[in-house]
Each structure stands twice: as structure tokens, then as C-alpha cells.
Design a protein. Structure first.
Length: 536
């Protein structure tokens, strides 16, 4: 059984492993309770500013397991919250807007705080296509990813509830719709796509969906005047059915590996072997995908980033390391030996409501940004608690990962906007954040080696793709973005509108502490996670 979160009276960050009987709880016994190792459950806790590590007996473990209040939501709870939010939005007619947006806005430079109707700063609008014009029957978007062909042409894979659409992005940012590929099974709100070399890998929360594998070179000769509806039986390179549904896909091009995370065997059950953890798929031969196994050591993984480690912890140098966002922790894995993977560390943090996603910041692999998807909604942690920050303002958690065995949450950054965060990706010292209702936010995080607390983080640009709901703490607006095209064009997928092409026009990252971290090893070439995902 994977780790779960229990803590009476909403004390945050409680963590346990029933097998290890080891707990990390940010709560200390209340008055009248002096022995934290006793065999009886604490009647109540008080929350101090620092985490307390303690050993607890099996009897106390049983008591904690029986507690009814959890400190971090599960994915099932998260999905229910979102589904209800979207039902309310649909009742308000939010998703009827595609009729309004069908013709789309024209290109517009950001002037005096606006690009057309959209609030902005240092981000121009280059083009837009609505979900309806992308062939989506449900007219609702989700994820987005990109691919660059060998001759330098740029393409986008746009996620919808009923499949994916393909677009080509010209150098000037203009979009051409090329066609689409329908879902393998049912229609569902969650879909994820990642690219390795010339193939896109598509997973979904739809029951029995498995992994669609599609050769993107099929797009090279498509005439935009005659978009193609690709068929699963006819046009897939392969379909992998070793798992049923998945919540996200993690691509590691250096080892030709796709990790499906948040997997399910049936409609509601996390897959038995992995408990929703890292399910490994070897795609070195895209036409014949195989699985070397799965990793359920720390239970459910919502999202992750996997790299060949070239950071300062010498013990793991050159090994394959995955950084998992596991609902209640940042969990770091050594996945080098697929037959014997291990958990290096599992770190909770104050303010944890739902550890959602994150990305390595610097070339030296010493800092990482984490977004928690429920802390704003629940007014939890530093924004409303111990540190005294701003309630409901988007909060990004900063982790020093220079020691993989003991990561430290060194600080956080709060956006000037009230909004929930979702996905973020870093490039050349900037973090491109899709923060739902407040849109694409771009922040300079290059100064973290000089100030790990994040006091020098600065917002340098933004583009609000859904201006109607400014300040609303809800799951509308932008789901994700893709900032890694050489042209500088940025794809942003909106849940209710369509796909945007944007261009950041602001300054470059400052790097106040210098480009290389003080921990950079002499003579070692960094893997440059800030350069974006390598495709070939």
C-alpha cells in the first residue's frame, strides 16, 4: 500500500509508510501529550513551523490510518473537484464560447497592457485557432506539446477531451490546422502527450486507453487546405496496452523511455503493480514498445521529470534520476536499474495540499520549482499560514536539490495574481507558468543560486488567455504551454477557447549570481534541462 496522508484537525504534511512505520508530521502533540512515541493516537496536534521526523509504533500507525482527515488530497478527490468546477462552468455557458471565438482574434502586439482584448505584458499575440476549428466535438482543451522536424518546421500537438489536433506553426507564429487523431477509447477531460524523436506518445484517463504511438512525419506532406482525420487502426505506429488509463506521461529521450504515471487498470482502480506510480515503457523501437516493469515504491505519481543526473551529488552522477510529484511529497527516484529501482528521498513541505508538477531550474541541477494545485483553493500553507503571505495568490515552492538525499524547501514565490497554478516549464532562467485563470505568467528564476529563498524572483511577462475570470480561484483558463521552439514561438492551450501562439518580447534572465552555480563540477558539461526537452 502506498503512502497516504493523515493528520487530525488539518495539520498539514503528515506522511507515513505502514511498512516502514516511519512518519513525517508537521504536528506536535497538544497539551497533555508528552510522548510522541506512545502506542496511542494523539488526541490532537498543534502545528509548528518546522517538520518533525519521528518513529511510530504499529499500534499508533493503525490509529493514524483510521483517522478521517487528510492533509493532502488524492488524485481521485482532485479530479472530482475539477469535474464539479467544469460542470458549473458548462451550466454557465462557458464552453459555448467557441461560437464566439470561431473566427479568432487577429495578431496583436502587446501595447498599453493589452493585445486586443487580452491583458498582457511583454507578450505578443501571434495567432489563435478555436477548439471548434480544430475539430474538437466537445470544444474543451487540455495539454499541449511540440515537435520540430529535422528540417526545422515546428508543429503543435493540441490536447482535447476527445483526442488531439495537429497544427503547424510558421516562423511568424501563424497556425495551420493539419488534422486530428481521435481518442483510443472514451471522451475524458485528461489527456497528455509527449514527444521522443519523431513520434508522439498519447495517454489519457479514459478507461482502457493505453498508449497511442503516432509518427509525426505523417504531418510533413499534409495540405492545410485538406486536413486529415487520422485513424487509430490505420495510422498508428503502434498501440501499447500494458496499462489502462494514465494521468500523465513523462518522456526521457536520452534513454528512449516513456513513464506513464497515475495509471489505472480499470475505471477507478490505480494499477495493481504500480499503485499509480512510474510505469516504464521502452520506446527505443516505437513499433514494438515493451515494458521493463514499474515502480510503485512511493505510491501514486501525479507527474515527474526524468534526467541523466549531472548535478553535485557525486554518488548519483551519470545515473537516471526521476523527480516525482507525488500528491504529498517531492519524491526522487534512482531508475537506472529498471529491475531494481529505488527511492532516494521523499520530502514533504509546509503548505502541501496537492503536489502537482514541477521542473528543474538550472543547468547544474541544483534547484527545482514545484507547483501545488490546491494550496490556493484551500488557502493553505505559507500563503495563509506560518510565513504570512498573500491568501489565494499563486504560490511556487522552491527546492534546493543539490543533495538528492535531503532536498530542502528553501522558499517560495507568490504571484501578484490570485489564481491556481497548473504546469510550468523552465528555459534559459525563465519559468513559463500556465496558471489557469491568470494565464501564462513568465518569471525570472535565474537568481536562485544567489538567493535560494526566492526574494529576487520577478515576473517579467504575462498573457491572460481568459480575462473574464481575473481573480477567480477556479480551473479555467490555460492548462499548459510549450515554450521550447527555436523560433521563440510559445504555444498555450486554453481550456475553453483554443490554441494560442504567443511571443515573449521582454528581457532575458539576469543571472545575478552568474550563469553557472557554485556547485558546478569542474570540467563537467551540464545536461542543460533549461534548454528544453531533447527530441533526437
Amino acid at each position: 500500500m502506498g503512502p497516504k496522508r493523515y493528520a487530525p484537525r488539518r495539520c498539514r504534511g503528515c506522511r507515513h509508510s505502514h511498512a516502514r512505520h516511519e512518519y513525517y508530521i508537521d504536528c506536535r502533540p497538544g497539551p497533555g501529550v508528552s510522548d510522541i512515541s506512545s502506542d496511542t493516537l494523539f488526541p490532537y496536534y498543534t502545528c509548528p513551523p518546522k517538520l518533525v521526523k519521528m518513529k511510530i509504533t504499529a499500534a499508533l500507525a493503525a490509529g493514524i490510518i483510521g483517522a478521517t482527515t487528510v492533509a493532502a488530497a488524492s488524485m481521485e478527490e482532485m479530479m472530482e473537484i475539477k469535474a464539479k468546477s467544469w460542470e458549473r462552468a458548462e451550466a454557465r455557458g462557458v464552453f459555448d464560447g467557441n461560437k464566439k471565438y470561431k473566427k479568432g482574434p487577429t495578431a496583436s502586439k502587446c501595447k498599453n497592457g493589452f493585445a486586443g482584448e487580452y491583458p498582457c505584458n511583454n507578450v505578443d499575440l501571434l495567432d489563435f485557432i478555436s477548439h471548434e476549428d480544430l475539430g474538437a466535438t466537445q470544444m474543451r482543451g487540455n495539454d499541449v506539446w511540440g515537435w520540430t522536424s529535422k528540417d526545422g518546421r515546428e508543429y503543435g500537438i493540441v490536447g482535447h477531451t476527445d483526442g488531439v489536433a495537429f497544427v503547424e506553426i510558421k516562423k511568424n507564429g501563424k497556425l495551420s490546422y493539419l488534422g486530428r487523431l481521435d481518442t483510443y477509447t472514451g471522451i475524458v477531460s485528461w489527456r497528455d502527450m509527449k514527444v521522443i524523436k519523431d513520434h508522439v506518445y498519447i495517454g489519457s484517463e479514459a478507461t482502457g486507453h493505453g498508449l497511442q504511438i503516432f509518427d509525426l512525419k505523417n504531418l510533413l506532406d499534409v495540405d492545410p487546405k485538406h486536413p486529415v482525420v487520422f485513424e487509430n487502426e490505420r495510422d498508428l505506429t503502434a498501440h501499447f496496452d500494458g496499462f489502462g488509463a494514465s494521468h500523465n506521461l513523462v518522456a526521457h529521450p536520452e534513454v528512449d523511455m516513456i513513464y506513464a504515471v497515475g495509471g489505472r487498470d480499470g475505471a477507478n482502480s490505480r494499477n495493481t503493480a504500480c499503485a499509480g506510480g512510474l510505469f516504464m515503457v521502452d520506446v527505443s523501437d516505437p513499433s514494438n514498445p515493451t515494458s521493463p516493469g514499474c515502480i510503485g515504491l512511493d505510491g501514486y505519481v501525479h507527474d515527474a521529470e526524468c534526467v541523466i543526473y549531472r548535478g553535485p551529488t557525486q554518488k548519483y552522477f551519470g545515473r537516471e534520476i526521476c523527480f516525482g510529484y507525488n500528491e504529498d511529497t517531492l519524491t526522487i527516484y534512482d531508475t537506472t536499474d529498471k529491475s531494481n529501482p529505488s527511492v532516494i528521498s521523499s520530502t514533504p513541505y509546509i503548505g502541501n495540499e496537492y503536489s502537482h508538477q514541477g521542473w528543474i531550474v538550472d543547468e547544474a541541477m541544483t534547484f527545482l520549482l514545484l507547483d501545488d494545485e490546491l494550496d490556493e483553493l484551500n488557502q493553505a500553507g505559507p500563503p495563509a499560514g506560518e510565513i504570512g503571505g498573500l491568501v489565494n495568490h499563486t504560490t511556487t515552492y522552491i527546492f534546493d536539490i543539490s543533495n538528492l538525499e535531503a532536498p530542502v524547501n528553501t522558499g517560495y514565490y507568490q504571484s501578484p495574481e490570485q489564481s491556481i497554478d497548473h504546469n510550468q516549464y523552465t528555459l534559459e532562467g525563465l519559468s513559463y507558468q500556465s496558471n489557469y485563470a491568470s494565464g501564462l505568467r513568465i518569471i525570472d528564476v535565474s537568481g536562485l543560486p544567489k538567493d535560494p529563498a526566492g526574494n529576487n524572483i520577478e515576473e517579467v511577462g504575462f498573457f491572460d488567455v481568459h480575462p473574464e475570470d481575473d481573480g477567480a480561484i477556479e480551473f479555467l483558463g490555460t492548462w499548459s504551454n510549450y515554450p521550447y521552439f527555436k523560433s521563440g514561438n510559445i504555444l498555450v492551450n486554453s481550456i475553453e477557447r483554443g490554441i494560442f501562439t504567443l511571443k515573449y518580447t521582454g528581457r532575458k534572465a539576469k543571472y545575478p549570481g552568474g550563469r553557472k552555480s557554485e556547485w558546478m563540477q569542474e570540467g563537467v558539461k551540464p545536461s542543460k534541462p533549461g534548454k528544453g526537452p531533447k527530441q533526437n
